[in-house]
Write a protein that binds this ligand. Sequence first.
Ligand code: ATP
Ligand code: MG
Length: 424
Amino acid sequence: MLKATLLSVGDELALGQTVDTNTAWMSQQLAGIGIDVVLHQTVPDDQAAIERAILAAASIAPLLVVSGGIGPTDDDLTRQALAAVLQAPLELDESWLARLHEFWHKRGRAMPEMNRIQAMIPRGATMIENTAGTAAGMFATVSGCEVFVLPGVPKEMKIMFERDVLPRVRARGGGATIASRTLHTFGLGESAVAELLGDLMARGRNPSVGTTVSGGVVSVRINARFDTPNQARDALDQAATLCRHKLGHLVYGQDDDTLPAVVNRLLIDRRATVTTAESCTGGLLAKYLTDVAGSSACFRVGFVVYHNQAKYERLGVNLEMLNVYGAVSEPVVDAMARGARRLAKATYALAISGIAGPDGGSPTKPVGTVCIALTYPQDDDPRETGTLMRTFNFPGDREMIRDRAAKMALALLRFRLLGEPVPF
Ligand code: ATP
Ligand code: MG
Protein backbone atom coordinates (compact mmCIF):
# COMPACT_ATOMS: atom_id res chain seq x y z
CA MET A 1 0.00 0.00 0.00
CA LEU A 2 1.30 3.42 -0.92
CA LYS A 3 2.40 5.48 2.06
CA ALA A 4 2.17 9.25 2.37
CA THR A 5 2.96 11.98 4.86
CA LEU A 6 1.48 15.46 5.27
CA LEU A 7 3.09 18.72 6.29
CA SER A 8 1.31 21.92 7.33
CA VAL A 9 3.21 25.17 7.47
CA GLY A 10 2.18 28.21 9.46
CA ASP A 11 2.99 30.02 12.70
CA GLU A 12 -0.70 30.15 13.53
CA LEU A 13 -0.92 26.35 13.23
CA ALA A 14 2.21 25.66 15.29
CA LEU A 15 1.01 28.11 17.94
CA GLY A 16 -2.39 26.47 18.05
CA GLN A 17 -4.21 29.67 17.11
CA THR A 18 -5.68 28.02 14.03
CA VAL A 19 -6.74 24.40 14.09
CA ASP A 20 -5.12 22.50 11.25
CA THR A 21 -8.12 21.23 9.31
CA ASN A 22 -6.17 20.71 6.09
CA THR A 23 -4.35 17.57 7.21
CA ALA A 24 -7.52 16.02 8.61
CA TRP A 25 -9.32 16.61 5.34
CA MET A 26 -6.42 15.43 3.19
CA SER A 27 -5.97 12.30 5.31
CA GLN A 28 -9.59 11.40 4.74
CA GLN A 29 -9.26 11.95 1.02
CA LEU A 30 -6.14 9.82 0.81
CA ALA A 31 -7.62 7.05 2.95
CA GLY A 32 -10.54 7.06 0.53
CA ILE A 33 -8.24 5.91 -2.25
CA GLY A 34 -6.34 3.41 -0.17
CA ILE A 35 -3.28 5.50 0.72
CA ASP A 36 -1.76 4.98 4.14
CA VAL A 37 -1.01 8.34 5.77
CA VAL A 38 1.75 7.53 8.25
CA LEU A 39 2.76 10.95 9.58
CA HIS A 40 1.41 14.48 10.08
CA GLN A 41 3.95 17.25 10.63
CA THR A 42 3.26 20.87 11.54
CA VAL A 43 5.99 23.49 11.47
CA PRO A 44 6.01 27.29 11.87
CA ASP A 45 6.90 29.70 9.05
CA ASP A 46 10.58 28.97 9.47
CA GLN A 47 12.63 27.97 6.44
CA ALA A 48 15.04 25.63 8.21
CA ALA A 49 12.16 23.86 9.93
CA ILE A 50 10.32 23.43 6.62
CA GLU A 51 13.45 22.05 4.97
CA ARG A 52 13.99 19.56 7.79
CA ALA A 53 10.37 18.46 7.62
CA ILE A 54 10.48 17.92 3.85
CA LEU A 55 13.67 15.86 4.11
CA ALA A 56 12.26 13.79 6.97
CA ALA A 57 9.08 13.17 5.01
CA ALA A 58 11.03 12.13 1.91
CA SER A 59 12.91 9.54 3.95
CA ILE A 60 9.68 8.02 5.29
CA ALA A 61 7.26 7.76 2.37
CA PRO A 62 7.22 8.27 -1.41
CA LEU A 63 4.49 10.91 -1.27
CA LEU A 64 4.28 14.22 0.61
CA VAL A 65 1.61 16.89 0.48
CA VAL A 66 2.55 20.27 1.96
CA SER A 67 0.03 23.04 2.62
CA GLY A 68 0.73 26.68 3.47
CA GLY A 69 3.52 29.17 3.22
CA ILE A 70 3.30 30.08 -0.45
CA GLY A 71 1.74 33.49 0.00
CA PRO A 72 3.48 36.68 -1.17
CA THR A 73 4.73 37.93 2.18
CA ASP A 74 8.16 37.60 3.78
CA ASP A 75 6.92 35.00 6.22
CA ASP A 76 5.88 32.63 3.44
CA LEU A 77 8.93 30.43 3.00
CA THR A 78 7.79 27.09 1.67
CA ARG A 79 8.96 27.78 -1.90
CA GLN A 80 12.38 28.87 -0.65
CA ALA A 81 12.61 25.74 1.51
CA LEU A 82 11.65 23.52 -1.42
CA ALA A 83 14.28 25.21 -3.60
CA ALA A 84 16.92 24.72 -0.90
CA VAL A 85 16.07 21.05 -0.52
CA LEU A 86 16.20 20.60 -4.30
CA GLN A 87 19.44 22.65 -4.37
CA ALA A 88 17.88 24.55 -7.25
CA PRO A 89 17.42 28.28 -7.84
CA LEU A 90 14.01 29.94 -7.92
CA GLU A 91 13.04 30.82 -11.46
CA LEU A 92 10.35 33.03 -12.83
CA ASP A 93 7.42 31.28 -14.50
CA GLU A 94 6.36 33.79 -17.16
CA SER A 95 2.97 32.24 -17.73
CA TRP A 96 2.03 32.41 -14.07
CA LEU A 97 3.33 35.98 -13.88
CA ALA A 98 1.01 36.81 -16.76
CA ARG A 99 -1.85 35.12 -14.88
CA LEU A 100 -1.06 37.20 -11.80
CA HIS A 101 -1.09 40.44 -13.80
CA GLU A 102 -4.40 39.42 -15.32
CA PHE A 103 -5.80 38.57 -11.85
CA TRP A 104 -5.20 42.13 -10.66
CA HIS A 105 -6.10 43.70 -13.94
CA LYS A 106 -9.56 42.12 -13.73
CA ARG A 107 -9.95 43.76 -10.33
CA GLY A 108 -8.93 47.11 -11.79
CA ARG A 109 -5.65 47.27 -9.93
CA ALA A 110 -1.96 46.81 -10.60
CA MET A 111 -0.21 43.79 -9.16
CA PRO A 112 1.73 44.68 -6.01
CA GLU A 113 5.43 44.08 -6.63
CA MET A 114 5.43 41.77 -3.60
CA ASN A 115 3.29 39.20 -5.43
CA ARG A 116 5.95 38.63 -8.08
CA ILE A 117 7.46 36.00 -5.78
CA GLN A 118 4.36 33.88 -6.31
CA ALA A 119 5.40 33.35 -9.92
CA MET A 120 8.75 31.90 -8.86
CA ILE A 121 9.29 28.15 -8.59
CA PRO A 122 12.40 26.07 -8.04
CA ARG A 123 14.06 24.86 -11.23
CA GLY A 124 12.85 21.33 -11.94
CA ALA A 125 9.53 21.85 -10.20
CA THR A 126 6.25 22.25 -12.05
CA MET A 127 3.45 24.64 -11.28
CA ILE A 128 0.02 23.53 -10.07
CA GLU A 129 -2.66 25.92 -11.21
CA ASN A 130 -4.72 27.76 -8.62
CA THR A 131 -8.09 28.84 -10.02
CA ALA A 132 -9.26 30.36 -6.74
CA GLY A 133 -6.29 32.49 -5.71
CA THR A 134 -2.86 33.83 -6.55
CA ALA A 135 -0.74 31.16 -4.87
CA ALA A 136 0.05 28.55 -7.51
CA GLY A 137 1.05 25.19 -6.16
CA MET A 138 4.21 23.28 -6.97
CA PHE A 139 5.17 19.73 -7.73
CA ALA A 140 8.69 18.36 -7.43
CA THR A 141 10.51 15.13 -6.68
CA VAL A 142 12.82 15.11 -3.67
CA SER A 143 15.00 11.97 -3.35
CA GLY A 144 12.34 9.87 -5.05
CA CYS A 145 9.50 11.35 -3.00
CA GLU A 146 6.76 13.13 -4.94
CA VAL A 147 6.11 16.44 -3.21
CA PHE A 148 2.97 18.48 -3.79
CA VAL A 149 2.90 21.98 -2.34
CA LEU A 150 -0.54 23.59 -2.01
CA PRO A 151 -1.82 26.85 -0.51
CA GLY A 152 -2.85 26.94 3.15
CA VAL A 153 -6.24 28.53 2.44
CA PRO A 154 -8.51 25.50 2.84
CA LYS A 155 -10.82 26.39 -0.02
CA GLU A 156 -7.96 26.76 -2.52
CA MET A 157 -6.13 23.72 -1.18
CA LYS A 158 -9.21 21.51 -1.62
CA ILE A 159 -9.84 22.50 -5.22
CA MET A 160 -6.23 21.82 -6.17
CA PHE A 161 -5.99 18.63 -4.15
CA GLU A 162 -9.06 17.15 -5.81
CA ARG A 163 -8.11 18.26 -9.29
CA ASP A 164 -4.37 17.56 -9.36
CA VAL A 165 -3.20 15.53 -6.39
CA LEU A 166 -5.86 12.85 -6.10
CA PRO A 167 -5.89 11.64 -9.73
CA ARG A 168 -2.12 11.48 -9.86
CA VAL A 169 -1.83 9.68 -6.54
CA ARG A 170 -4.64 7.31 -7.43
CA ALA A 171 -2.74 6.32 -10.56
CA ARG A 172 0.31 5.52 -8.43
CA GLY A 173 -1.56 3.82 -5.63
CA GLY A 174 -1.76 0.43 -7.33
CA GLY A 175 -5.50 0.61 -7.65
CA ALA A 176 -6.49 -0.31 -4.09
CA THR A 177 -9.62 1.55 -3.12
CA ILE A 178 -11.45 2.12 0.09
CA ALA A 179 -15.21 2.54 -0.07
CA SER A 180 -16.68 4.05 3.08
CA ARG A 181 -20.06 4.65 4.57
CA THR A 182 -21.12 6.00 7.93
CA LEU A 183 -24.42 5.05 9.54
CA HIS A 184 -25.76 7.40 12.23
CA THR A 185 -27.68 6.50 15.36
CA PHE A 186 -28.92 8.52 18.29
CA GLY A 187 -30.22 7.42 21.64
CA LEU A 188 -28.00 4.56 22.71
CA GLY A 189 -24.44 4.88 23.99
CA GLU A 190 -21.44 3.74 21.99
CA SER A 191 -20.95 0.49 23.89
CA ALA A 192 -24.63 -0.43 23.53
CA VAL A 193 -24.37 0.12 19.77
CA ALA A 194 -21.15 -1.92 19.69
CA GLU A 195 -22.91 -4.72 21.56
CA LEU A 196 -25.68 -4.80 18.97
CA LEU A 197 -23.12 -4.96 16.17
CA GLY A 198 -21.37 -7.87 17.86
CA ASP A 199 -18.68 -9.63 15.86
CA LEU A 200 -19.21 -7.31 12.87
CA MET A 201 -16.79 -5.06 14.75
CA ALA A 202 -14.09 -7.71 15.17
CA ARG A 203 -10.63 -6.31 14.38
CA GLY A 204 -9.03 -7.45 11.17
CA ARG A 205 -12.30 -7.84 9.25
CA ASN A 206 -12.69 -6.37 5.82
CA PRO A 207 -14.88 -4.37 5.53
CA SER A 208 -13.98 -2.98 8.93
CA VAL A 209 -16.73 -1.68 11.19
CA GLY A 210 -15.99 0.83 13.95
CA THR A 211 -17.93 3.33 16.03
CA THR A 212 -17.32 6.98 16.79
CA VAL A 213 -19.31 9.46 18.87
CA SER A 214 -19.86 13.12 18.24
CA GLY A 215 -22.50 15.28 19.87
CA GLY A 216 -24.32 12.23 21.21
CA VAL A 217 -24.58 10.77 17.73
CA VAL A 218 -23.03 7.31 17.64
CA SER A 219 -21.83 6.65 14.10
CA VAL A 220 -20.85 3.34 12.62
CA ARG A 221 -18.00 3.70 10.14
CA ILE A 222 -17.67 0.98 7.55
CA ASN A 223 -14.54 0.83 5.40
CA ALA A 224 -14.16 -1.71 2.62
CA ARG A 225 -10.63 -2.02 1.21
CA PHE A 226 -10.40 -3.90 -2.08
CA ASP A 227 -8.50 -3.97 -5.34
CA THR A 228 -11.31 -2.63 -7.48
CA PRO A 229 -13.99 -0.03 -6.80
CA ASN A 230 -16.71 -2.55 -7.69
CA GLN A 231 -15.49 -5.13 -5.20
CA ALA A 232 -15.21 -2.44 -2.55
CA ARG A 233 -18.70 -1.10 -3.23
CA ASP A 234 -20.32 -4.55 -3.19
CA ALA A 235 -18.62 -5.53 0.04
CA LEU A 236 -19.54 -2.16 1.53
CA ASP A 237 -23.20 -2.58 0.59
CA GLN A 238 -23.29 -6.03 2.15
CA ALA A 239 -21.63 -4.89 5.36
CA ALA A 240 -23.93 -1.87 5.60
CA THR A 241 -26.99 -4.09 5.18
CA LEU A 242 -25.74 -6.37 7.96
CA CYS A 243 -25.17 -3.39 10.27
CA ARG A 244 -28.60 -1.96 9.52
CA HIS A 245 -30.12 -5.36 10.21
CA LYS A 246 -28.49 -5.48 13.66
CA LEU A 247 -29.36 -1.89 14.53
CA GLY A 248 -32.84 -1.69 13.03
CA HIS A 249 -34.56 1.66 13.28
CA LEU A 250 -31.82 3.05 15.50
CA VAL A 251 -30.09 4.06 12.26
CA TYR A 252 -31.59 7.38 11.26
CA GLY A 253 -29.38 8.06 8.27
CA GLN A 254 -25.99 7.79 6.68
CA ASP A 255 -23.07 9.97 5.62
CA ASP A 256 -24.30 13.58 5.42
CA ASP A 257 -27.78 12.90 6.78
CA THR A 258 -28.65 14.81 9.94
CA LEU A 259 -31.35 14.00 12.44
CA PRO A 260 -33.20 17.30 11.83
CA ALA A 261 -33.07 16.79 8.07
CA VAL A 262 -34.40 13.25 8.40
CA VAL A 263 -37.24 14.43 10.66
CA ASN A 264 -38.05 17.28 8.27
CA ARG A 265 -38.26 14.84 5.38
CA LEU A 266 -40.51 12.44 7.29
CA LEU A 267 -42.86 15.27 8.27
CA ILE A 268 -43.02 16.70 4.78
CA ASP A 269 -43.60 13.26 3.23
CA ARG A 270 -46.60 12.87 5.54
CA ARG A 271 -47.78 16.44 4.98
CA ALA A 272 -47.48 16.91 8.73
CA THR A 273 -46.26 19.85 10.79
CA VAL A 274 -44.60 20.18 14.17
CA THR A 275 -44.44 22.89 16.78
CA THR A 276 -42.13 23.22 19.75
CA ALA A 277 -42.56 24.36 23.34
CA GLU A 278 -39.19 24.77 24.94
CA SER A 279 -38.02 25.70 28.38
CA CYS A 280 -34.45 24.62 29.18
CA THR A 281 -33.40 24.36 25.53
CA GLY A 282 -34.39 27.99 24.89
CA GLY A 283 -35.24 27.47 21.23
CA LEU A 284 -32.48 25.02 20.33
CA LEU A 285 -34.97 22.43 19.12
CA ALA A 286 -36.61 25.02 16.85
CA LYS A 287 -33.15 26.01 15.67
CA TYR A 288 -32.30 22.41 14.78
CA LEU A 289 -35.58 21.96 12.92
CA THR A 290 -35.04 25.19 10.98
CA ASP A 291 -31.39 24.46 10.22
CA VAL A 292 -32.84 22.51 7.35
CA ALA A 293 -33.58 24.47 4.18
CA GLY A 294 -37.25 24.23 3.27
CA SER A 295 -38.34 23.58 6.86
CA SER A 296 -41.17 26.11 6.58
CA ALA A 297 -43.11 23.28 4.94
CA CYS A 298 -43.31 21.49 8.29
CA PHE A 299 -42.46 24.09 10.93
CA ARG A 300 -44.38 27.35 11.32
CA VAL A 301 -43.99 28.45 14.89
CA GLY A 302 -42.29 27.44 18.10
CA PHE A 303 -42.55 28.73 21.66
CA VAL A 304 -39.83 29.52 24.13
CA VAL A 305 -41.46 29.57 27.56
CA TYR A 306 -38.59 29.85 29.97
CA HIS A 307 -40.24 31.33 33.03
CA ASN A 308 -43.17 29.59 34.71
CA GLN A 309 -45.31 32.66 34.16
CA ALA A 310 -44.72 32.31 30.41
CA LYS A 311 -45.68 28.65 30.48
CA TYR A 312 -48.97 29.72 31.98
CA GLU A 313 -49.56 32.91 30.00
CA ARG A 314 -48.45 31.69 26.57
CA LEU A 315 -49.36 28.02 26.63
CA GLY A 316 -52.02 27.86 29.33
CA VAL A 317 -50.11 25.53 31.62
CA ASN A 318 -52.05 25.40 34.86
CA LEU A 319 -50.24 27.35 37.60
CA GLU A 320 -51.30 24.91 40.25
CA MET A 321 -49.87 22.07 38.21
CA LEU A 322 -46.59 23.96 37.97
CA ASN A 323 -46.59 24.39 41.75
CA VAL A 324 -47.53 20.83 42.58
CA TYR A 325 -45.35 18.93 40.12
CA GLY A 326 -42.68 21.52 39.35
CA ALA A 327 -41.76 22.91 35.92
CA VAL A 328 -39.62 19.86 35.20
CA SER A 329 -42.28 17.19 35.26
CA GLU A 330 -44.17 15.04 32.82
CA PRO A 331 -47.59 16.63 33.51
CA VAL A 332 -46.11 20.06 32.74
CA VAL A 333 -44.41 19.07 29.47
CA ASP A 334 -47.62 17.30 28.50
CA ALA A 335 -49.57 20.52 29.09
CA MET A 336 -46.92 22.57 27.26
CA ALA A 337 -47.10 20.28 24.23
CA ARG A 338 -50.90 20.29 24.17
CA GLY A 339 -51.04 24.07 24.54
CA ALA A 340 -48.49 24.62 21.78
CA ARG A 341 -50.16 22.14 19.45
CA ARG A 342 -53.52 23.84 19.88
CA LEU A 343 -52.12 27.35 19.28
CA ALA A 344 -49.92 26.35 16.34
CA LYS A 345 -52.54 24.07 14.81
CA ALA A 346 -49.72 21.64 14.19
CA THR A 347 -49.91 17.88 13.69
CA TYR A 348 -47.28 17.22 16.34
CA ALA A 349 -45.94 19.14 19.30
CA LEU A 350 -42.71 18.58 21.19
CA ALA A 351 -42.17 20.07 24.63
CA ILE A 352 -38.99 20.13 26.68
CA SER A 353 -38.43 21.16 30.28
CA GLY A 354 -35.35 20.27 32.23
CA ILE A 355 -32.54 21.25 34.55
CA ALA A 356 -29.56 22.17 32.41
CA GLY A 357 -27.46 23.30 35.38
CA PRO A 358 -24.99 24.03 36.70
CA ASP A 359 -27.40 25.07 39.50
CA GLY A 360 -30.98 24.18 40.17
CA GLY A 361 -30.57 20.44 40.74
CA SER A 362 -32.06 18.60 43.70
CA PRO A 363 -31.74 15.03 45.01
CA THR A 364 -34.94 14.00 43.23
CA LYS A 365 -34.30 16.07 40.11
CA PRO A 366 -30.55 16.33 39.63
CA VAL A 367 -28.93 18.47 36.94
CA GLY A 368 -29.51 16.72 33.64
CA THR A 369 -33.12 15.75 34.40
CA VAL A 370 -35.15 16.56 31.31
CA CYS A 371 -38.81 15.82 30.61
CA ILE A 372 -39.91 15.59 27.01
CA ALA A 373 -43.46 15.25 25.71
CA LEU A 374 -44.67 14.52 22.22
CA THR A 375 -48.33 15.09 21.43
CA TYR A 376 -49.57 13.33 18.32
CA PRO A 377 -52.85 12.51 16.58
CA GLN A 378 -54.15 8.99 17.18
CA ASP A 379 -53.88 6.68 14.19
CA ASP A 380 -57.49 5.50 14.33
CA ASP A 381 -59.04 8.91 15.05
CA PRO A 382 -56.85 11.92 14.23
CA ARG A 383 -59.14 14.20 16.26
CA GLU A 384 -58.00 12.36 19.37
CA THR A 385 -54.50 12.96 20.64
CA GLY A 386 -52.03 10.94 22.57
CA THR A 387 -48.91 12.05 24.38
CA LEU A 388 -45.64 10.24 24.75
CA MET A 389 -43.80 11.42 27.85
CA ARG A 390 -40.33 10.52 28.92
CA THR A 391 -37.95 11.65 31.62
CA PHE A 392 -34.24 11.45 30.86
CA ASN A 393 -31.10 12.06 32.79
CA PHE A 394 -28.50 13.47 30.44
CA PRO A 395 -24.85 13.66 31.47
CA GLY A 396 -22.51 16.56 30.85
CA ASP A 397 -22.50 20.32 31.18
CA ARG A 398 -25.23 22.82 30.38
CA GLU A 399 -24.46 22.93 26.67
CA MET A 400 -24.37 19.16 26.35
CA ILE A 401 -27.59 18.62 28.30
CA ARG A 402 -29.45 21.15 26.16
CA ASP A 403 -28.08 19.62 22.97
CA ARG A 404 -28.98 16.05 23.93
CA ALA A 405 -32.46 17.13 25.04
CA ALA A 406 -33.20 18.80 21.70
CA LYS A 407 -31.85 15.82 19.75
CA MET A 408 -33.78 13.36 21.90
CA ALA A 409 -37.00 15.24 21.17
CA LEU A 410 -36.26 14.88 17.46
CA ALA A 411 -35.49 11.19 17.93
CA LEU A 412 -38.81 10.59 19.73
CA LEU A 413 -40.69 12.34 16.94
CA ARG A 414 -38.86 10.28 14.35
CA PHE A 415 -39.88 6.97 15.94
CA ARG A 416 -43.46 8.19 16.15
CA LEU A 417 -43.41 9.18 12.47
CA LEU A 418 -42.07 5.75 11.57
CA GLY A 419 -44.76 4.10 13.69
CA GLU A 420 -42.05 2.32 15.66
CA PRO A 421 -41.67 1.96 19.43
CA VAL A 422 -38.81 3.89 21.00
CA PRO A 423 -36.08 1.25 21.38
CA PHE A 424 -34.40 2.77 24.45
P1 ATP B 1 -1.05 30.36 0.84
O1 ATP B 1 -0.03 29.36 0.49
O2 ATP B 1 -2.43 30.06 0.34
O3 ATP B 1 -0.68 31.76 0.61
P2 ATP B 1 -0.33 30.84 3.38
O4 ATP B 1 0.12 29.96 4.47
O5 ATP B 1 0.70 31.66 2.72
O6 ATP B 1 -1.12 30.07 2.35
P3 ATP B 1 -1.80 32.31 5.18
O7 ATP B 1 -2.22 33.71 4.98
O8 ATP B 1 -0.73 31.96 6.15
O9 ATP B 1 -1.47 31.78 3.78
O10 ATP B 1 -3.06 31.42 5.50
C1 ATP B 1 -4.26 31.64 4.84
C2 ATP B 1 -5.40 31.18 5.67
O11 ATP B 1 -5.49 29.77 5.62
C3 ATP B 1 -5.28 31.55 7.13
O12 ATP B 1 -6.57 31.86 7.65
C4 ATP B 1 -4.76 30.28 7.74
O13 ATP B 1 -5.03 30.19 9.10
C5 ATP B 1 -5.49 29.23 6.92
N1 ATP B 1 -4.75 27.98 6.96
C6 ATP B 1 -3.48 27.77 6.56
N2 ATP B 1 -3.13 26.49 6.76
C7 ATP B 1 -4.21 25.88 7.31
C8 ATP B 1 -4.46 24.55 7.75
N3 ATP B 1 -3.51 23.60 7.67
N4 ATP B 1 -5.68 24.26 8.26
C9 ATP B 1 -6.60 25.23 8.33
N5 ATP B 1 -6.43 26.48 7.94
C10 ATP B 1 -5.24 26.83 7.44
MG1 MG C 1 0.82 30.73 6.27
